[in-house]
Design a binder for this molecule. Sequence first.
Ligand code: HOZ
Length: 433
Amino acid sequence: MTEPRRYAGEKSVAAFEKARKLMPGGVNSPARAFGAVGGTPLFIDHADGPYLFDIDGNQFVDYIGSWGPMILGHRPPVVIEAIEKALAKGTSYGAPTEAESKLAEQIIDAVPSVEKVRLVNSGTEATMSAIRVARGATGRNKVVKFSGNYHGHVDSLLVAAGSAAATLGVPDSPGVTPGAGQDTIVLKYNDCDGVKNAFSQHAGEIAAVILEPVVGNMGCVPPTMEFLETLRSETLSDGSILIFDEVMTGFRLAYGGAQERFGVVPDMTTLGKIVGGGLPLGAYGGRADIMDNVLPAGKVFQAGTLSGNPVAVAAGSATLQSLADDPPYEQLDAIGDRLAAGLHAAAAKHGVPHQVQHVGSMLTLFFNARPVTNWPEADRCDREAFGRYFWGLIEKGIYMPCSQFEALFFSTLHTEALIDETIDKADQVLASL
Ligand code: HOZ
């Protein structure tokens, strides 16, 4: 088999050489270094609508959308205007603003499980804090998570983790002490018996169960309804707190997130990405009696100088307003169905063993002959084939996530014509694999 050309223009190659001398691996977050597919990452100059432009002047149809936030495409005028208005007043106060209450109200109105919410700066902060609050509220230590699910780089959750941790072969990171992980119980996603066994073995000890209600961090893996319902009933009868990590799915799969889409309401929810409209903002919330454990209402400590930052709040608030005023979810579902059907037909035509799995505007083409319902099954994908597919599409101007274990995202600006162009190019690449 001939090695595919690792396409990256001269300027990206030079920029990466420089960056590698300055930052670990040349990046500020590992997934974007292209480690899973080999070659040089493309350095981005700017973005517009559904497109990314690299510093060599190449244009790409963007299917990462900043790994989730850009549901309205890049630089939506309503969001840019809101940011500009906030900027004109100041960039950080370290004191309360009315805008924070407005965003809190928008989140509470949208997300069924959230009665009170705390704004933070990232999804990682949101999950880290939610776990602490769940432990504080229940007086219990153990936390259940699922292999291949990723909840940011929180020590106790960086066990059998998905996303870049799985991609780069460090699902259990060095630096996480045995103590930090000793209260984490790792189970298999979609495994109802595993959940029931854990609750019978550790009755009264489990503070929380945390999961991605649709996994994006081992590629797109939907839950079964039975799995979600088992989680809900087991946690309720044990007095444990069910946490949906909706950092990826929140405001994406429905305005109220996966919990609205599937009709299963957890006790707590973590949010990030879309809630910040492309700026650094996360949030965690839930039942008022649980959230009232957070300082200064209660005693569970959590704080942040930049939490509720006015510029990020303005971007998030404007994004949510736009999604509420003009809900795009039927359109996104239809586009997702079109992309899934087209990719499946192309892969089948060329005899490529594959699965296309999607929910709304999250989708993965797995190079795997069998359905992917959990991490051991995801781990059996043909990563080499994925790498060739990824680079083949880059050469044709399509920018997919640079790992088999990251879902792709698209925006309201990905038209049927763009989707058809993508399918056509994928067809050509799959023919040549
Ligand atoms: N954690 C993100 C994907 N699940 C990747 C962030 C990045 O590398 O930019």
